[in-house]
Design a protein around this ligand. Sequence first.
Ligand SMILES: Cc1cc2nc3c(=O)[nH]c(=O)nc-3n(C[C@H](O)[C@H](O)[C@H](O)COP(=O)(O)OP(=O)(O)OC[C@H]3O[C@@H](n4cnc5c(N)ncnc54)[C@H](O)[C@@H]3O)c2cc1C
Length: 465
Amino acid sequence: MDAHLSTLARLKDRLGPHGWTEDPDLIAPHLIEWRDRWSGHAPILLMPSTTEEAQAIIGLCHEAGVAVTTQGGNTGLVGAQIPLGEVLISTKRLNLIRAIDPVDDALVAEAGVVLTQVQDAARQIGKRFPLSLASEGSATIGGLISTNAGGVHVRRHGMMRAQILGLEAVLANGSLYEGLSALRKDNTGYDLKHLFIGAEGTLGLVTAATLKLVAQPRHTTVALLALDTPEQAVALLHRLEEETAAVAAFEVMNHLGVSLAVKNIPNVRIPFGTIPAWMALVEFEGPNADLVDQVEQALASALEAGLAQDAVVAQNETQSKSFWYLREEMSACQKPEGVAAKHDVSVPVSKIPVFLRQADAEADRVAPGARVVAFGHCSDGNIHYDVIQPQDMSGDAYMALVPQMNEAIHDVAMSFNGSISAEHGIGISRRDEFLRREPPAHLALMRAIKASFDPKNIMNPRVLL
Ligand SMILES: Cc1cc2nc3c(=O)[nH]c(=O)nc-3n(C[C@H](O)[C@H](O)[C@H](O)COP(=O)(O)OP(=O)(O)OC[C@H]3O[C@@H](n4cnc5c(N)ncnc54)[C@H](O)[C@@H]3O)c2cc1C
């Protein structure tokens, strides 16, 4: 038996019949991402169901020098979870909520637990886990940690990093980082958990985490606003924050994004007669029963001040959901339109309008007639700036322009001290650009950290560095 086959045999033996598969039909869904942007291959899919099993199989891979790719819900947007020949480890059987404590405001979830399960478990004890994003029905705690996911509540609650009290991770040699603390204060040396957060699986396999819970908001309400310009959006955000101190999410969508959602997604409707140049979706939350009155007053004064053209407050839960549905379909609505160059940039909030103006000019320079869908998390400066192929250009011709488009849009973001990856990570899709743009001293530190955690480079070796 050659060395590789004998390693596979040992891995199977360690996990037992329910812990692995080589059936191509069962592995297939793990080898493509939902937009069909990346596809891969793997000799085997391993599914450990305990931390000890994860330790054993990673230890065996380390011994044999076999590379692994870790996958959670396969919703990542930068290709990092798709194997190219590595052993694929799915966390789907690490799916227990181990503990929940309403006094410590802490919940311990295993890596494969899906975000909505955590939200539901918190709600059942009258608490809340406030991370929220459109993929929450599939994205797992391990994936959310490894990408340091953001979502719609970042301004108020922070990114995933801010919501982790402790974590447990299997290191490349199979040993365990045991950091499942629920402490809110702990200044004993380097806080190593942070290295795993946003590491995209390159430093170890996260098996569980202690998540920070917050109080359930007593009252929430959602409004949709029609705007003429992004300048209005930024001014409106500050006005509503000042007047209500209750803004929990502030999302924007441009005219084309809303038009494509109405055209391409069933049951999308907007509450305005015509599709405005921009729309803002604002979610408010607070402890007081008069929240809706307070919000309506703030919106009326914003309209009077010319910060918006129209506003509708959701009258019930169904209408709130329909407002969010529109926002959440901003990515999917682009799919029928052809190739899109997607950008997950951030700039200081004050620079969003000028970023958008300059990026629009650059998009048109690189591919005249290119169609821009701009949307996202205005309240933290994170704009998803997607440039769809011009209608009179073939997908192949546009595909050839995508690297140039990426460069141009990222140059604009960087000119405002922005980021080329605000919340999705680097993965394989942004790797070359990241390595070119990141200061050499930062890269040297990251490589030193990687080498000390994973000297044989077996953990997600094609990702990030
Ligand atoms: C419709 C849609 C909307 C989205 N909206 C947002 C958004 O608003 N904000 C945002 O930040 N992201 C968003 N995303 C991106 C995505 O949901 C996140 O990246 C998510 O955190 C990935 O979780 P996952 O379980 O699917 O991980 P996967 O996609 O399986 O993996 C992602 C990365 O994490 C690594 N990984 C997974 N589990 C582990 C583990 N246990 N230990 C170590 N490494 C691991 C993988 O190797 C890979 O590098 C969206 C995605 C979709 C499809």
